[in-house]
Write a protein that binds this ligand. Structure first.
Ligand code: PEP
Length: 251
């Protein structure tokens, strides 16, 4: 299975900066032999610009959220249908920053994943434990509960999602899970997904949390790590390209 490297720009970028960043990524990617799958998850306002800049580039683009509703009186939200109009391929759902700052529950995240799938958008379902949960030995219980809500909502269609394990204590902190710590959780998620899925291996499981040029190869070398969700390092062309190069070498 090809690895997937997805950037999460969070609330960063500008028309000018996006142009420079994407030009750098496209130029670098052209030099990688047999590259892994690559995507960038962008602030929604830039969807038309990014669609134009990435046309025929082999780099996909995604949203950072999607509404659980089809249309109507949901001020501030963006529907799956709207995202589809811009050929949006992925949508992050349940990123820890949305769970934390917007109070998104497991059920809300599951509804978003279901809605994304209904519009032909691949949800990248983020799960992960806080530092307190890890320290009290609850990691597996938390991630399994978060994933179970999505499996319950989408059933066998879980084969069509992407899962991202992102320990909350590793996001934007510079503190990465060790390859062994990440693999341990990925193996548990894999077993849960295989049991629920119609496709042998189940969907891809990405690792996210301070992945960078220096640690990517070790993390991506783990048997159940199928790619990365990259925050800070996805905003720096050389760093993002190094991660892509590492992922492209490992099959
Ligand atoms: C993220 O935002 O999903 C993320 C993994 O961020 P960072 O790589 O900066 O830790």
């Amino acid at each position: 299975m090809k690895k997937l490297i997805a950037g999460n720009w969070k609330m960063n970028g500008s028309l000018a900066a996006n142009e420079v960043l994407l030009a750098g990524i496209k130029a670098g990617l052209a030099t990688v032999e047999s590259p892994c799958d690559v995507a960038v998850c962008i602030p929604g306002i830039y969807m038309p610009q990014v669609q134009t800049l990435l046309a025929n580039s082999g780099v996909a683009w995604g949203a950072q959220d999607v509404s659980a509703h089809e249309s109507g009186a949901y001020t501030g939200e963006t529907s799956g249908a709207m995202l589809r109009e811009f050929a949006c391929r992925y949508a992050l759902v349940g990123h820890s920053e949305r769970r934390q700052y917007h109070g998104e529950s497991d059920a809300a995240v599951a509804a978003k994943a279901q809605r994304a799938l209904a519009f032909g958008i691949t949800p990248i379902v983020c799960v992960g434990e806080s530092l307190a949960e890890r320290e009290s030995g609850e990691t597996m219980t938390v991630v399994k509960r978060q994933l179970a809500a999505v499996i319950h909502a989408v059933g066998h269609c879980v084969s069509e999602v992407v899962v991202a394990y992102e320990p909350v204590w590793a996001i934007g902190t510079g503190r990465t899970a060790s390859p062994e710590q990440a693999q341990e959780v990925h193996a548990v998620l894999r077993a849960q997904l295989v049991a629920a899925s119609t496709r042998g291996q189940g969907p891809r499981i990405l690792y996210g949390g301070s992945m960078n040029a220096a640690n990517a190869a070790d993390l991506l070398g783990q048997p159940d790590i199928d790619g990365g969700l990259i925050g800070g390092a996805s905003l720096k062309v050389p760093d993002f390209l190094s991660i892509i190069a590492a992922a492209s070498l490992i099959r």
